[in-house]
Ligand binder design. Structure first.
Ligand SMILES: [Zn+2]
Length: 330
């Protein structure tokens, strides 16, 4: 049982917003590619785990924890009776080799060592031992989900901790054989005390490089015919509600300019004054927390995840035609 949603990481939402509204540097392009691939790999892992079945196992996804002074992150944390298993999920493709503690990619040294990452996380979890209601062993695995990856390693030892795509089903069925009762439930609950928000700081964005206005949800063209309730893309014909277009702009502003206060005047400018100030204020009050005094009101977005933000704040437009955002699906 998955205990929480897997959301896009905030760094990915940031770079996507930037790529829609600016020209990315080479470094930013590589970041976007890596984050997109990583997130897609984690979603693929979830899909395969769902298909294999995870029964009563209690699974947290993409969580950050603080243990003593150390901050750790887990792509997938699986809690069973007597076991906490951590899976580090990778979506690498190409030829990888792991030998003598060194990774190489296509013959060149790899940038990261996923086994070292997951070992560090597992080590911190071991330290929680005395502070949890039931005893547990910690298991760790690096899981490669991409079928286009060739992995070579040179020892039995490595094989214990590395799961390539061909062995994924076996890995999930091994986990599926663990039982999860009272001990798992109590430990899963106790773990929450150590959860923290994603502590990674987003970069500060130069206002001048960001394009104001509104772009199509599907093709990203800044070429919209904007009505009171509906927006139509002149490039691809996609129809969106004006409210949803504005909510996307709110998210863009919140991640790109997280260091600034979001005001109704600022948001009006950001969407190039296509909405009446009264409408801007109405939507801001709906999707944001209102802060500051009445003279200097500013707004803090309730969530940067589009579907969550819409569904938890009463988005229900009769003009919505995209199935992905119909009330039942949101
Ligand atoms: Zn379009």
């Amino acid at each position: 049982m998955f205990l929480n949603m897997r959301q896009k990481p905030q760094e990915l939402i940031y770079v996507e917003a930037l790529s829609n509204r600016s020209i990315l540097s080479n470094k930013e392009q590589r970041k976007l590619a890596a984050l997109s691939a990583g997130h897609a790999g984690e979603c693929e892992y979830d899909r395969l785990f769902d298909a294999a079945g995870h029964g009563g196992l209690l699974i947290y996804r993409d969580i950050w924890m603080k243990v003593d002074e150390a901050v750790i992150q887990a792509d997938s944390l699986i809690v069973a009776d007597g076991v906490i298993a951590v899976d580090e999920v990778k979506n690498f493709s190409g030829d990888y080799k792991y030998a003598g503690g060194e990774w190489s990619v296509g013959g060149r040294p790899g940038y990261e060592d996923p086994l070292a990452q997951v070992s560090r996380t597992a080590g911190k979890l071991v330290r929680l031992g005395g502070r949890m209601p039931y005893r547990f062993d910690v298991q760790k695995k690096v899981v490669f989900v991409n079928p286009d990856m060739n992995l070579e390693f040179n020892s039995e030892e490595n094989q214990r901790f590395i799961v390539g795509r061909p062995r994924l089903r076996e890995h999930f069925s091994e986990l599926g054989r663990l039982s999860a009762g009272t001990a798992a439930r109590e430990n899963a609950r106790a773990l929450r005390r150590f959860f923290i928000r994603n502590p990674m700081q987003l970069p500060v964005t130069d206002f001048k490089r960001v394009r104001m206005g509104n772009y199509c949800y599907v093709c990203a063209a800044f070429d919209l015919s904007i009505g009171k309730y509906k927006v139509v893309c002149r490039r691809c014909g996609y129809t969106e509600t004006t409210e949803r277009m504005f909510v996307r702009a709110l998210i863009d502003f919140s991640v790109l300019f997280h260091d600034r206060k979001m005001t109704s005047a600022g948001m009006s400018l950001f969407v190039s004054h296509v909405l009446k100030p009264r409408t801007v204020r109405k939507y801001l009050s709906k999707y944001c927390h209102v802060r500051g005094s009445s003279r200097a009101t500013y707004y803090v977005i309730k969530s940067i995840h589009l579907k969550k933000l819409l569904s938890e704040n009463g988005y229900a437009s009769k003009y919505e035609t995209d199935e992905r955002f119909r009330a039942v699906n949101v």
